[in-house]
Design a protein. Structure first.
Length: 129
């Protein structure tokens, strides 16, 4: 990130190869609104630091709602990280979050256990309902 122009060129090449680019933990650390304008990205992943509080903290509600709206307006997919309960899921569904991940669905697994999981033909939750 010290040479933004080189980063832009590299990300554009990767995107040209069909690789989708995500900004992880958006809203924390080194993420910046400037990157949304300059980088060819496909997804924003909302940090679990904000998702954790959407049921109890008004500021987290506003931040998550705003990031979802921002992503939608920029035509990015948005992923909520760290979803742990039904209340969070309902909040995210109401705001039409595209994807969710977290312990509500499955705790982290070693690769050997993952490949033994049953395959479902339908999503566990339809976020667009």
């Amino acid at each position: 990130m010290q040479d933004i122009e080189t980063t832009i060129l590299k990300l554009d090449k990767l995107s040209g190869l069909g690789i989708q680019i995500s900004i992880d933990d958006f809203g924390t650390g080194f993420s910046s609104l400037y990157y949304l304008k300059k980088f060819h990205i496909h997804k924003l992943k909302i940090s679990q630091h904000f998702v954790n509080g959407i049921v109890t903290d008004q500021n987290d509600k506003v931040i998550v709602s705003s990031v979802i709206a921002l992503a939608q307006n920029l035509k990015f997919k948005v992923v909520a990280e760290g979803v742990e309960n039904e209340e969070q899921l309902i909040f995210l569904k109401q705001r039409q979050c595209d994807e969710i991940q977290g312990y509500l669905f499955c705790k982290p697994l070693p690769a050997e256990a993952f490949v033994k999981m049953p395959v479902y033909e339908k999503p566990l939750y339809n976020l667009q309902e």
